[in-house]
Write a protein that binds this ligand. Structure first.
Ligand SMILES: N[C@@H]1[C@@H](O)[C@H](O)[C@@H](COP(=O)(O)O)O[C@@H]1O
Length: 333
């Protein structure tokens, strides 16, 4: 059972407690940006004393929100700690007098050196090392946000979160087993397709965003997009026909009905065999607190979908991480 926050995170929280910040900015790029979307959902639901915005790192620098200043806190995330836009955003925030916290795997990286308070987390996607998902990017971000909220509102969020995170990794392992046959079947159907869309809402939208742009596009070169479950009805649903392929993430948060409506439309006007539905309600999340479950479901979705991506890769003869043409191959862009 996890009973305490990691020491580096605790130090950052103590430093934040000494600053009466009025606003929080969550800043990153790509997959690291996607976790901020879930973080904002968590904050929107629980924080009554400060609000937050999320920004792509370069947009943050160029837009330069007028509110950014000494009474703001900026949380950045970069897995490698090398993403130049994110490092630039950290420096920009510091120039404006904001307090900065940077989440990264590498505590010697440019991001770790640029921020006031670096915080470590674990990742298996890029390192291949097995981890406890409690200490993944999502897990550590939620710990940080719960700590920030509890420091002002004493909602007991951190205790509930830590108990729930203790049960996350076993829930992920169970989900892998539960989805194995479904993924086998859908991988064979989706592998030859040109386009796959991923649809979600609320706390799960970030997982859909990351899956669409960082996995299906970046690793597989599919035509792909994350579609918000209600925005779906404001344009994208015109692509639906019997051949259209969709991944639908049905979360457990307050926006679930939005995704259910889109799923029902897809099943009615598309073809059920091309709609891969992952439903938080079918997961065994034993041990987790009811009100924390909705925030942890996206981690289960993303972890299991990552395995689905490898199944597709096997059938499509794609090398996943090593198959990029531009990222980490070119530097002059
Ligand atoms: N597809 C990758 C993402 O997976 C990664 O998150 C992002 C930023 O990288 P980093 O997290 O190292 O800053 O770059 C790309 O978008």
């Amino acid at each position: 059972m996890i009973s305490a926050l990691p020491a580096d995170l605790e130090r950052a929280l103590n430093a934040a407690a000494g600053r009466q910040f009025s606003h929080l900015f969550l800043v990153a790029c790509g997959g690291s940006l996607s976790i901020m979307m879930a973080g904002k959902y968590f904050l929107d639901r629980h924080s009554g004393t400060f609000a937050c915005d999320i920004y792509n790192a370069d947009e943050f620098v160029c837009r330069d929100p007028r509110r950014l200043g000494p009474d703001t806190l900026v949380v950045l995330c970069s897995q490698t700690g090398n993403t130049k836009e994110t490092v630039r955003a950290a420096n920009h925030a510091k120039d404006r007098g904001a307090m900065t916290i940077g989440m990264t795997l590498d505590q010697t990286s440019p991001l770790a050196r640029a921020v006031d308070h670096p915080i470590a987390y674990q990742a298996s996607y890029t390192t291949g090392k097995a981890i406890d998902a409690a200490y993944s990017n999502y897990g550590v971000l939620y710990m940080l946000l719960a700590g920030l909220i509890d420091a002002r509102e004493d909602g007991g969020l951190t205790d509930d979160l830590l108990i729930s995170l203790s049960h996350l990794q076993p829930a992920i392992e169970r989900a892998h087993r539960a989805y194995a046959d479904r993924f086998e079947t859908f991988a064979a159907r989706f592998a030859p397709r040109e386009a796959i869309y991923t649809l979600a809402s609320g706390a799960s939208y970030g997982a859909a965003y990351s899956y669409a742009i960082c996995v299906l596009m970046e690793m597989h070169w599919y035509d792909s997009q994350a579609i918000h479950a209600n925005e779906f009805f404001h344009g994208p649903f015109e692509v639906v026909d019997r051949d259209a392929s969709f991944v639908v993430l049905l979360g457990l948060d307050e926006t679930r009905s939005l995704s259910e409506r889109a799923r029902d439309f897809l099943i009615k006007y598309g073809s059920r065999e091309n709609i891969l539905v992952l439903d938080g309600a079918e997961l065994d999340l034993g041990g987790m607190s009811e009100h924390i479950k909705p925030y942890l479901v996206p981690l289960v979705f993303f972890d299991t979908l990552w395995r689905f991506a490898y199944k597709l890769a096997g059938l499509r003869d794609r090398p996943m991480l090593e198959g990029r043409r531009y990222m980490k191959k070119l530097s002059d862009y």
